[in-house]
Design a protein. Sequence first.
Length: 515
Amino acid sequence: MKPNRGRKLPPVIRQRHEKVDKLRAMGVEPWPWSYERSHTVGQVADAFEDFETSKESLRIAGRLTAVRRMGKVSFAQLQDFSGKLQLFFQSEKVGADSFDVIKLFDIGDIVGVSGKAFRTKTGEATLSVEEAVLLAKNVYPLPSLKEKDGQVFDEFSDKDQRYRQRYLDLIVNPEVREVFVKRTRIVNAIRRYLEERDYLEVETPVLQPVYGGAAARPFVTHHNTLDMRLYLRIANELYLKRLIVGGFDRVFEFSRDFRNEGIDRTHNPEFTQVELYAAFKDYQYMMDLTEELVSGIAQEINGHTKVCWNGHEIDLKRPWRRAPMMDLIREATGEDLLGADRATLEACAKKHGVEVEASMSDATLLDGIFGETVEPDLVQPTFVMDHPVEMSPLAKRHRRDPRLVERFEAVVGGKEICNAFSELSDPFDQKQRFMDQDEAIQRGDEEAQPFDEDFVKALEVGMPPTAGLGLGIDRLTMLITGAESIRDVIFFPTMRPVDGSRKKDKDAAKKEDGA
């Protein structure tokens, strides 16, 4: 198979291919099998004075990000995941034959080097190379880097290309790595926090015969052997509550969830959240836990509780504001919409620029009104509490007003980061709510939740009073790191096709659905 698929190679790539041939003619394998390092670049940089004094021979490896040749000596910059270090190659030190190989090194090559630490006349920390080994020849030059006289300038800045070719983004923009390192630290901090409070980490199905736990359209697939339709989960809530029924008091799961919805700055069809459930607790307990957890993570990751996000300085220090949802809507619109009829809801929605369709449920209209009139202005952390019952088919009715449920959403910087309930444990109420959702589906509401008969049966067995929380990892990472787009905190976000494959995929999907 020809790697260029019959196309004429650009000169710079043709030159790299020619270097591969030259290297092999010299007995050098451009892609060898292994290399043993003694240190990372960061370890060498952190203890450089000690290594300079000890004259210890060091073995490091990484990618060349700059090369400067001057006759029988060359300078280069070596980068690995932990940092950068200057290299100094000298013909008389490595030997003429090895130096001939080094002269075939390019920016983008991965190399292993051994040598001793020293400082140049200008004081720059440098490794004087005694031996160099090519570990991977770069035959497709890094598109983000421009070379001139062996120097690198300009960064890989096209965002679309960065998201599509994250491997290049990570090479050329090392600061991007820090976002993902922080993401992992955030996940680890959440896991540690929950385990210290006796939560058990569990796993639940990704493929589900009945999807539920959120208002969203699912992705649909088919199991050939069982000849049955399955759905990629939109949430893991109903399975985790089954475990509470089964006798586990506290459970949590980091889950990849999938929602067949639009893509924008804060939405990706595939995303990560942590869901947790605690028996014998209510949503007040979960509010305390949420503000303690999030403010603690900010302190641990950033060293303080203040973050800059969406052009705002936000302080995550507890306590957070707590405000009833319908009070916030009334303050913003001047209308009391609790229990309002359909005509009133539609009129209010249209007045505030919310799209209205006949298939929309009252809950969808209320959510749209809230999203347009209230949510964008909630910059500092706010618990939006006590939603109308029609908006929350899985939440317990409010103990003081049966028109409401005990639910909260934490909104920060104008965006929801989590959702929580005092969980509905009455099987008769839950059955009726599922029936109401079925009616919404019949009216064309594609985000309503289908009837889950087995879940109702689990509630009939008996679920203790329970509090549940779903916390979005992607949005939390955006908040803590100040990232502007969800694509900046997901290694490989979903992207629109760049060729005609989109139409082919849609045609294939239609054909499959018809079958």
